[in-house]
Design a protein around this ligand. Structure first.
Ligand SMILES: Cc1cc2nc3c(=O)[nH]c(=O)nc-3n(C[C@H](O)[C@H](O)[C@H](O)COP(=O)(O)OP(=O)(O)OC[C@H]3O[C@@H](n4cnc5c(N)ncnc54)[C@H](O)[C@@H]3O)c2cc1C
Length: 626
């Protein structure tokens, strides 16, 4: 007689009484192992529950709207193989690495591809240099700690948790060490996510102010700071709780405490229950970075804060100085300006966000110059005195002048709050790296090769601690790659970090996004480029949104016409840049982009209009013949 098996809801972390929102099979259906059976919806995400084995569905035990928890019976399955029901496993996400011979994806192009074929595919699939020391020590020779792991990941930010989850999905026994009570690192707790929550609110406030120009006037907003803070915290809570659930589902063991290497195969963790040792065959260091400081200022004064302090949103200062005109400083300036602070920004270099091309910065500079009290370029802060009435700041400008009118440094000023946003310092010196023989450079970064291996070949480093750019999406991509290289062994010996571009975004208002080669960099390196710039002043959508100050710039190879870089300034630039990154990864040329039909009217059209400009075929602008 055919054997009937109860198929149950597997371990879904901390979730209980989760709603069934879809039943994907019916009685009589033949299902394979991993075929999705039902979809559940938690407050964080939808989860598809796969079948742990193949068979024929005999009877459904749930319907849409039912609430289920771990162990609830989904259906009765008649086994078609002798295979025993095994616990369901999360389906594997797409890999981060490219193997030795990646299948080349042709770019969608109607033009004959001859030129492209001749062109060498730039840095894709660069094999990593052979590691200095070879295979990791064999397992038996490793001293055993209180806990032993195939892979231990130090730090649970976007790099670390991604690496740990990927390694677990690939069948490894993983330990994740994190010193803070929540997973997610800087990005989820005190970085990307809380800043974007507050930036969203800032945008609502400034948009509402500006609709007066279209004849819709709102009253001044009432700001309930406790409620706003609570809302921001609730988003962090949802995401970090979700990560704890995901770790549990994957059986990743989380050890809470500060970890330091004691040898090349051991980390000692200072936990609330005392010291615990974790031995490992491989390690991925993902210990991130911390806010940098200019020495010599009175940091014990609580009115001097860093980005973490600014995101706490304890109060709204009347007059606030932001030291550092980079991305983090300007995002925080955007928030506090909208909430009502009078903002001044002081920057040592001759432009805001010094890594980006100057033409991208101009629309932002123009807009915030009108809103902020002052923007001092080529100016540095030399002294901060903590007085009762405020923080008295002394400035020093360059001889070329950095004051508000380009006339030199301003007179000393008194502020209620100072935000120090002068960059981030990698945590390389805080983890006992020397005990494992891991090299750390003078800035605190841990140098790695193209496979993300440190000089100790079984120890990898990823994310902020492994080098610039210090961005969450770089950290997570590296996390997947490191996990895949370790888990893949021989098979992955030629896999390497081969992304052609890592996009950067300033979520200011307007946003600024860029990727690949910048114009400044091309000039510096003597690379011959062409550029095509589409001004948003002629974009129907930008005009309809009353935000036509933006522009979209494509940088292309003069000969091959392929995209080498892009820069966008304008609302939603951070979303728009992805198409250009894909174009670069796929080796797209201007014709590919210009012949791709984009929906109208959208801001995404500006990318294709820029490509048409490069091709001399644009009809939405008049371009005199060259
Ligand atoms: C205000 C702000 C806004 C940002 N916005 C963005 C953005 O919009 N987009 C973007 O891409 N990036 C943004 N970033 C940068 C982004 O947060 C980082 O690039 C990213 O978090 C790096 O990830 P990581 O995994 O390398 O390290 P981290 O996120 O720094 O995580 C490292 C983890 O390791 C833990 N750790 C360190 N040492 C130890 C130890 N010895 N033992 C145990 N645990 C340890 C830390 O507690 C931390 O949880 C922002 C940063 C800030 C500060």
């Amino acid at each position: 007689m055919a054997q009937l098996t109860e198929i149950k809801v597997p371990d879904i972390g901390d979730f209980k009484d989760v709603a069934v929102i879809e039943v994907l099979v019916k009685p009589g259906d033949t299902v394979e192992k991993e075929t999705s059976l039902i979809t559940l919806e938690t407050d964080k995400a939808s989860i598809e529950v796969p079948s742990p084995q193949s068979g024929i569905v005999k009877e459904l035990k749930v319907k849409v709207g039912d609430k289920v928890s771990e162990g609830s019976i989904i259906l009765m399955l008649e086994a078609t193989t002798a295979e025993a029901a095994a616990p369901a496993k999360a389906s594997e996400p797409g890999g981060a690495s490219k193997q030795e011979e990646p299948a080349e994806k042709p770019a969608a192009n109607v033009a004959p591809p001859s030129e492209k074929e001749e062109e060498e595919k730039t840095p894709a699939s660069v094999a990593a240099p052979a590691p200095e020391s070879v295979a990791p020590p064999a397992a038996p020779s490793i001293p055993q700690g209180d806990i032993h792991a195939d892979i231990v990941v130090l730090g649970a930010g976007p790099g670390g948790y991604t690496a740990a989850f990927r390694a677990a999905d690939l069948g490894k026994n993983v330990v994740l060490i994190e010193r803070y009570s929540t997973l997610g690192g800087v990005c989820l707790n005190v970085g990307c996510i809380p800043s974007k929550a507050l930036l969203h609110v800032a945008k609502v406030i400034t948009d509402a102010e500006e609709t007066a120009q279209q004849g819709i006037a709102f009253a001044k907003p009432g700001i309930e700071i406790d409620k706003l803070r609570g809302w921001k915290e609730s988003i962090i809570g949802k995401l970090t709780k979700g990560l704890t659930g995901l770790a549990k589902q994957r059986k990743v063991k989380v050890v809470r405490g500060t970890g330091r290497f004691t040898s090349p195969n051991m980390i000692e963790v200072e936990t609330s229950d005392g010291k615990k040792t974790v031995s490992f065959e491989h390690c991925i260091i993902a210990a991130g970075s911390a806010a940098a400081r200019i020495p010599g200022f009175p940091y014990d004064d609580p009115r001097i804060i860093d980005s973490t302090g600014a995101l706490k949103l304890e109060s709204i200062p009347k007059r606030m100085l932001i030291i550092g005109g980079g991305i983090i400083g300007l995002e925080m300036a955007t928030v506090y300006d909208a909430l009502g602070s009078r903002i001044s920004v002081v920057e040592l270099m001759d432009q805001l966000i010094p890594g980006a091309d100057a033409d991208l910065i101009r629309p932002l500079h123009k807009r915030i110059q009108k809103r902020y009290e002052a923007i001092y370029l080529k100016t540095k802060v030399t002294r901060i005195e903590a007085l009762q009435e405020g923080l008295r700041v002394t400035f020093e400008g360059s001889s070329e002048g950095g004051g508000p009118e380009g006339t030199g440094a301003p007179e000393p000023q008194v502020y209620d709050r100072i935000l120090m946003a002068v960059g981030r310092r990698p945590n390389g010196r805080e983890i006992g790296a020397e005990k494992a023989g891991i090299a750390v450079n003078e800035r605190g970064f841990i140098p790695v090769d193209k496979q993300l291996r440190t000089n100790v070949s079984h120890i990898f480093a990823i994310g902020d601690i492994a080098g610039e750019p210090m961005l969450a999406h770089k950290a997570s991509h590296e996390g997947k790659l490191a996990a895949e290289i370790i888990a893949g062994g021989e098979k992955m010996k030629s896999a390497a970090f081969d992304a052609r571009a890592i996009p950067s975004v300033a979520y200011t208002d307007p946003e600024i996004a860029w990727m690949g080669l910048t114009e400044t960099e091309a000039k510096k390196q003597g690379i011959e480029i062409e550029k095509a710039v589409f001004p948003w002043a002629v974009s129907g959508r930008a005009l309809a949104m009353a935000r036509d100050e933006g522009m979209t710039k494509l940088i292309l190879d003069k000969k091959t016409r392929r995209i080498l870089g892009a820069g966008i300034v304008g609302i939603n630039a951070g979303e728009l840049i992805s198409e250009t990154v894909l174009g670069l990864e796929m080796g797209a040329d201007m014709e590919d982009i210009g012949l791709t039909i984009h929906p109208h009217p959208t801001l995404s059209e500006t990318v294709f209009f820029a490509a048409e400009i490069a091709e001399g075929t644009i009809t939405d602008l008049y371009m005199p013949k060259k």
